[in-house]
Design a protein around this ligand. Sequence first.
Ligand SMILES: Nc1ncnc2c1ncn2[C@@H]1O[C@H](COP(=O)(O)OP(=O)(O)OP(=O)(O)O)[C@@H](O)[C@H]1O
Ligand SMILES: O=P(O)(O)OC[C@H]1O[C@](O)(CO)[C@@H](O)[C@@H]1O
Length: 322
Amino acid sequence: MKTIEHIAIFTSGGDSPGMNAALYGIVKKAEQSGIRLSGIRKGYEGLIDGDLVPLDAHKLQKMVHRGGTLLKTARSKRFLTLEGRQRALENLQKNEVDALIAIGGDGTFKGLLAFSEICDLPFLGIPGTIDNDLAGTDFTLGFDSAVNTAIENIDKIRDTAEAHNRIFLIEVMGRDCGYIAIHSGLGTGADAILIPESAHDFIQLLEKAGSYDREEAFIVIVSEGDELGAEVAAKKIKEINPDVDLRITKLGHVQRGGNASAFDRMLGIRLGAAAVEALLRGRKNVMAGILNNELSLTPFDRVVKEHQVNDELQGLLKIFGN
Ligand SMILES: Nc1ncnc2c1ncn2[C@@H]1O[C@H](COP(=O)(O)OP(=O)(O)OP(=O)(O)O)[C@@H](O)[C@H]1O
Ligand SMILES: O=P(O)(O)OC[C@H]1O[C@](O)(CO)[C@@H](O)[C@@H]1O
């Protein structure tokens, strides 16, 4: 095994609060171990363009709380091509990089799996996405912050909904995963929660909406990946209860911004330090995560395959959400 002297890091896919904390964890651990670090700007785009920059530990210390990512991020069409990945490899060789740390979501790790077919450097992953849609960790970086942002905004919408006796359908992010919807819906006492993982939730919503008496607020949280979606759900509610006053609000990218929660700051620092440590111990092609509050390393191929809302949460949804 080649000694690791130089590690390059990038953030990729959707940004998430806690990515800067993870960069801080990486920088401090590498400093302690005498490792040289480079940041790659704009995810796989920067890897293809050879956009490597030094990482400033002091600057990161001052922005450990901040959302977004100091290194910027991107969704890269070019990295989907073999030609793009070959250019990325040439840049790593030219800059004498010994190992790579990627902070991103399932797409990012699929990218690393494809890259590992032509590049045998050790890769280490850190789960950075608000969606919480990865196996190998109980929580991804940014999920807790995004849920807190969603909850804060749903609470506000409830005030105006109560004042007007309105039905509100509030769409939250999560791509094809219902975690943000479940956590923000249960945490705000929503009347119904629609998630991609459940087919029964809509039937239950219609039963409730049909008997809604228009004397209070009625809050429905709709995960953006739900098979029906907010517009169709709203149309169906109007069909069975035509006189209701109904509005749709899409929370959108506000959920990705803002300071990281205390939980995400600590998660980022722990996973950042753990990623460097794992590389120095010779681990490769695994994602660092936290399972039952213990650090854990899971191979990329497992991480991208499994991401189900677990049975316990599905059970809670039946009791509270619908
Ligand atoms: N099969 C693949 N082969 C090569 N590269 C890939 C593959 N899948 C994804 N990538 C690369 O990984 C990048 C990041 O993936 P994606 O845009 O899906 O975000 P993500 O990592 O899933 O994060 P988020 O969950 O926040 O959206 C893609 O833009 C693409 O460049
Ligand atoms: O910022 P973009 O590219 O529009 O992506 C939005 C998507 O990214 C996420 O915020 C993170 O994966 C999803 O919840 C959402 O579907």
